[in-house]
Design a protein around this ligand. Sequence first.
Ligand code: FES
Length: 126
Amino acid sequence: MEDLYKENLLDHYKNPRNHGRIIKADIHMEDSNPLCGDEIEIFLRVKDGKIEKASFEGKGCVISQATASMLTEELKGKALKEVQRMEREDILDMIGVNLTHTRIKCAMLPLMAAKKAIIEYESKKE
Ligand code: FES
């Protein structure tokens, strides 16, 4: 089973979904992994409290790039509050591959960027 997940992961790395900037994104936020310096920037377009469109840019390892691609697919249609509640387990379930502690940091990078983006978006609205 894990082989299928690995294949999926590599497919997302080689053929990233939603790669590039969203023109007129409501939010975008960059975050970096302090261990390696790799960066991911997440772009979100929001409508009625839900994510209408998500994309990413950045450079990094297979895990961070593939996870960003998967996450942008996953985020579409989600309420901002739902995204804020997403945790490590959600990301690990999405990937489906056992990761070392260091690799988990790579996998969490896109979600961390998305969460920070949403915090900034909400604080600007207030
Ligand atoms: Fe840098 Fe994975 S090694 S994000």
